[in-house]
Design a protein around this ligand. Structure first.
Ligand code: ADP
Ligand code: MG
Length: 353
């Protein structure tokens, strides 16, 4: 029940390989996000699915059928671009109707479908306006309506909210997610914004330099990052480099330049290099040392953010560990000498490459 399959897909521009051995099975009806920094190959991947770009090797299938020999318009997919790509001289109605007009559908069908789309994206009353007379958010809704009018099986969206200001972007994230659920269409969504990806997606493929580093649910990606890159890119994290000193009952003692720490982990050997990632919200502070931890420092700053307080402790090697806590919780003051610890289950052991 995969609706789109990428099998060992690679893409090179000249000598520059920008997508490497990519394997993804996109399920019918899911909201899948390609997330990664600028230049990691997100747009190229989307353009290969759409048919605007040819894969250098590997296969792409839509509904089990290879699409190699199919033109973009023959594929059961449609694309929404960041810059909207609306026809400036056409009204909202004609922009949305375009896909049915070129298919020479009867006039009454076109009117009916366009009205359904205007309803869907909440643009009733705007049908006679030109794109110039619309706000950014409204233009994006027209672009989405235009892409949906042909009932595509898969909608490809390339940073569709990138041009909107923060408030409108948050609002459109919720709207788009609702729309996707309501229609049950598969969305393949591209963004470099990790918060956007966590909010909207059923699954996220985290990309780095043309490679998918992890493909999993937002919760798995956040709680159990596979790689140092994923741990650092998604949310805030404290990441230490160290070596396994001892292991017992699935808990590792790790030696780092900041001191020793404990982390849950399996499949590691004594002496092996390792990264330990711990989220600020799981970092705990105590006046006395805690068994298994030797992480001392002074409380550095105190940033009040409403319900939470963000603060950090300077460890002995000048590495700063961030921690956050609820404002109402009792805590330490700037300059206090403290010991850091955490529940080893909350920390993540990551293989060093
Ligand atoms: P992203 O969308 O993640 O920012 P892209 O897929 O646009 O990344 O680009 C990935 C890499 O491929 C970049 O290094 C970019 O410069 C390169 N690239 C993209 N399109 C072309 C092209 N048509 N010709 C040559 N290089 C390209
Ligand atoms: Mg891009």
């Amino acid at each position: 029940d995969s609706i789109v399959s990428l099998i060992d897909v690679e893409k090179s521009f000249g000598k520059n390989k920008v997508v490497k051995k990519m394997n993804v099975e996109i399920k019918e009806g899911e909201f899948l996000t390609l997330l990664g920094p600028s230049g990691c190959g997100k747009t190229t991947t989307l353009r290969m699915i759409a048919g605007f770009e040819e894969a250098t090797s590997g296969a792409i299938k839509v509904q089990g059928e290879s699409v190699e020999d199919k033109e973009p318009f023959e594929r059961d997919v449609n694309t929404v671009f960041q810059n909207y790509a609306l026809f400036p001289h056409m009204s909202v109605f004609d922009n949305i109707a375009y896909g049915l007009k070129i298919r020479k559908r009867p006039k009454d069908e076109i009117t009916k479908r366009v009205n359904e789309m205007l309803d869907l994206v909440q643009l009733k009353g705007y049908e006679n306006r030109k794109p110039d007379a619309l706000s950014g958010g409204q233009k994006q809704r027209v672009a989405i309506a235009r892409a949906l009018i042909n009932n595509p099986k898969v909608l490809l969206l390339d940073e569709p909210l990138g041009a909107l200001d923060l408030k409108l972007r948050k609002q459109m994230q919720v709207e788009l997610k609702r729309l996707q659920k309501k229609l049950g269409i598969t969305f393949v969504y591209v963004t470099h914004d990790q918060e956007e990806a966590l909010t909207m997606s059923d699954r996220i493929a985290v990309m780095n330099e043309g490679v998918i580093e992890q493909l999993a649910t937002p919760r798995e990606i956040y709680d159990r990052p596979f790689t140092k890159f994923v741990a650092g890119f998604i949310g805030e994290s404290n990441i230490f480099d160290g070596k396994v000193k001892a292991l017992h009952d699935g808990i590792l003692d790790v030696e780092t330049s900041s001191g020793t720490m404990k982390v849950k982990g399996s499949g590691f050997d004594v002496g092996e290099s390792i990264h330990v990632s711990i989220r600020p919200e799981y970092v705990k502070v105590n006046s006395d040392p805690v068994e298994g931890f030797d992480l001392k420092g002074n409380v550095k700053d105190y940033i009040y953010m409403g319900t939470v307080v963000k603060t950090s402790v300077d460890l002995k090697d000048n590495i700063e560990i961030k921690y956050s806590r609820f404002e109402k919780d009792e805590d330490f003051k700037e300059g206090d000498s403290v010991n850091i610890y955490w529940n080893p289950e909350r920390a993540v052991a990551i293989k060093a490459k």
